[in-house]
Design a protein around this ligand. Structure first.
Ligand code: MG
Length: 161
């Protein structure tokens, strides 16, 4: 395998009342939360898929099927750390992560640095190696109408051994 590889991941979750909104391991105050089998952390799911994709190790669903009761309400940090450990086992380290979260409300800007720190800490890298951008849905489509939130992520990994 080459010294550098890239990975890409996306995710979507429905927004629903009575659910927490957890993004990048950080709980966000909101009237609507993310629905799903686990804690429904859309950003960690996209990054986990990007990490798995970088070393062609399948996807989050193949490692953590949502039919498995073990992952009901699971902390998605478990998924991220598992993917990170698989990379390390294969001799790869994360160079950087770049991600986008699409969410109409609330504005994520005040939480971005906390989210970056949370992801960097889970991956054992510096916060300046993790970029998270927030966009809205401009009041149209599933994001704009507050039916869902989505995330996309790319990662670059480098062989260290
Ligand atoms: Mg998901």
């Amino acid at each position: 395998m080459s010294k550098f590889r890239i990975g890409f991941g996306t995710d979507i979750h429905r927004l629903a009342a009575g659910r927490p909104l957890i993004i990048g391991g950080v709980e966000i105050e909101s009237d609507l939360g993310a629905d799903g089998h686990s804690d429904a952390d859309v950003l960690l799911h996209a990054i986990t898929d990007a990490l798995l994709g970088s070393v062609a190790m399948g996807d989050i669903g193949s490692h953590f099927p949502n039919s498995d009761p073990r992952w009901s309400g699971a902390d998605s940090m478990v998924f991220l750390r598992h993917a990170s450990a698989l990379l390390t086992e294969r001799g790869y380290a994360v160079v950087n992560v770049d991600a986008v979260v699409d969410l109409e409300l609330p504005k994520l800007k005040p939480k971005i640095s906390e989210i970056r720190n949370s992801i960097a800490s889970a991956l054992g890298i510096e916060p300046d190696m993790v970029s998270v951008k927030a966009k809205t849905g401009e009041s149209v489509g599933s994001v704009g109408n507050r039916e869902a939130l989505t995330a996309q992520a790319v990662v670059l990994v480098e062989k260290f051994q």
